[in-house]
Design a protein around this ligand. Structure first.
Ligand code: FES
Length: 114
């Protein structure tokens, strides 16, 4: 059974983000983050493909200085917001793991489990 969670997204500003953690039914903790750009929301697993660490440099801060790309705070890798592709840095060519996101009548749902 897939695991979807309801996430509050009204507090995510344009070119801003939000980090969250969820426990799956199997007990695994899944760190995720959601960012908004161009009025659209994108959800990813909060693990850098370089070493697996979380990306934010402060709570809920996932963007680079110009707020155009997602940036990993550890070694500065830059990722496209739209598809999670690493465009610069030690994991260039790899991707963040995208998570399905659906807007339903009840709100924004993100798929955190299989
Ligand atoms: S851990 Fe993210 S760029 Fe190295």
């Amino acid at each position: 059974m897939s695991e979807w969670v309801l996430v509050e997204v009204d507090d995510i500003p344009e070119q801003g983000g939000k980090g969250l953690e969820f426990a799956t039914a199997s007990g695994e903790v899944r760190p995720i983050f959601i960012v908004r750009k161009g009025g659209r929301l994108y959800a990813y697993l909060n693990r850098c493909p370089h070493t697996g660490v979380g990306l934010e440099w402060m709570p809920n801060e996932f963007f680079d200085y110009d707020r155009n790309y997602i940036q990993c705070a550890m070694h500065g890798a830059l990722f496209a917001v739209e598809d999670g592709l690493c465009l610069r840095g030690p994991c260039m060519g790899q991707r963040l793991q995208p998570l399905a996101l659906e807007m339903r009548r009840e709100g924004c749902f993100v798929k955190v489990g299989p």
